[in-house]
Design a protein around this ligand. Structure first.
Ligand code: AOF
Ligand code: ZN
Length: 337
């Protein structure tokens, strides 16, 4: 591929980056270029249920799409999902060449390249594929797993306690760490707690508006467990819906959430729920806020994981360590083995 092709694909990736995440769908951009090498139209995907990037670009181009080359950051789809198949739409519009970056990892939508080729369109895949995959890294991962990504967050003292002996836990960390939690929560599409934590802490599970900034999207608030959610629980005060999953099985919960379009889940306690997710191998990332404080007694962040000897220790791989106000934030991921 020549430099011009790379330049157009960079533009497609730039457009793709305007799309939303988290979202059930990937972020995709499309550029239509005329036979004389000039820009004809652009489009990008604005979230599940809206036109795909190719459809948006074709709509903007109208009749001028005939004879163009399409640069798309993801292989055009071949399926009829929330919208129609883009591969066929490109053929019907008279596009003569398609260059795409990332092959579609979504089995139900893949196969667009063959459809295009069969219709006589010249197709090249893989241009800047790494950049496209990096842009949609979390989507690619969640599609491969077929379940939402799970980030488990907890706060603890230096000696690993998440509550005092009498069960009180507010507040272990300082104001800055709590603001950081709100900011990170806002980057996920659902926040989950167990009924135990709900009854003990009565959390709102909302995201706080940054000072002067726009109101962040409120992630779906989810409570999981067999105990009843009191009608006067503060979780009902916040904006949007509260979902109660009456199961103790993390897998069942993740299937329900996946079906509702949740792709990036923020898991906040308590220890029993955290242990259930960890034991099932369903935690993809750990975010720990550690306060320089001691409790000496009280519950730990996670319940018994069934580990009785040091050789069974669950090691994580450190990602980064950041001082947040008076506390430390540690991010780690499970090791692959
Ligand atoms: C998008 N935007 O621009 C492209 C996508 O259920 P649907 O119809 O919204 O289809 C979603 C799938 O379509 C998505 O997982 C991906 O495999 C494919 N291509 N999706 O949301 C786009 N080109
Ligand atoms: Zn499509």
């Amino acid at each position: 591929m020549d430099d011009r092709a790379t330049t157009w694909m960079r533009r497609a990736l730039e457009l793709a980056a305007s799309g939303p995440w988290p979202d059930p769908n990937p972020r995709v951009g499309c550029v239509l270029v005329g036979p004389d090498g000039s820009l004809v139209a652009e489009g990008w995907h604005r979230g599940a249920g809206t036109p795909h990037a190719e459809a948006a670009a074709l709509a903007a181009a109208g009749d001028r799409a005939r004879g163009t080359t399409a640069y798309v950051s993801l292989e055009p789809c071949s399926h009829t999902g929330r919208t129609g198949p883009c591969a066929q739409a490109l053929v019907d519009a008279g596009v003569v060449e398609v260059v795409f970056a990332q092959p579609d990892p979504n089995q139900s939508a893949a196969g667009g390249a063959e459809v295009l080729r069969a219709a006589g369109v010249h197709v090249t895949g893989g241009l800047l594929a790494d950049d496209a995959e990096a842009l949609n890294a979390r989507w690619t991962r969640t599609i491969a797993l077929g379940r939402p990504l799970v980030t488990w967050k907890f706060a603890a003292t230096l000696d690993g306690r998440s509550a005092a002996a009498d069960g009180t836990s507010q507040w272990i960390t300082g104001e800055a760490a709590r603001a950081d939690v709100h900011a990170l929560r806002a980057t996920r599409d659902a926040v989950l707690v167990g009924t135990g934590t709900l009854l003990a802490d009565d959390p709102r599970l909302t995201v706080r508006q940054p000072q002067g900034g726009p109101a962040p999207d409120q992630p779906l608030r989810v409570v999981m467990g067999l105990r009843e959610v009191p009608v006067d629980a503060r979780v009902h005060e916040g904006p949007g819906e509260v979902l109660h999953l009456t199961t103790r099985d993390p897998r069942v919960a993740l299937v329900c959430l996946w079906e509702r379009g949740v792709r990036d889940l923020w898991l906040e306690g308590g220890p029993t729920l955290a242990a259930a997710f960890l034991e099932a191998g369903l935690v993809d990332e750990v975010v720990a806020y550690v306060a320089p404080a001691l409790l000496g007694a009280g519950r730990t962040a996670v319940a018994d994981l069934g580990i009785s000897t040091i050789t069974d220790i669950r090691r994580l791989v450190l990602q980064d360590v950041t001082v947040i106000g008076t506390d430390v934030r540690i991010r780690a991921v499970p090791s692959d083995d």
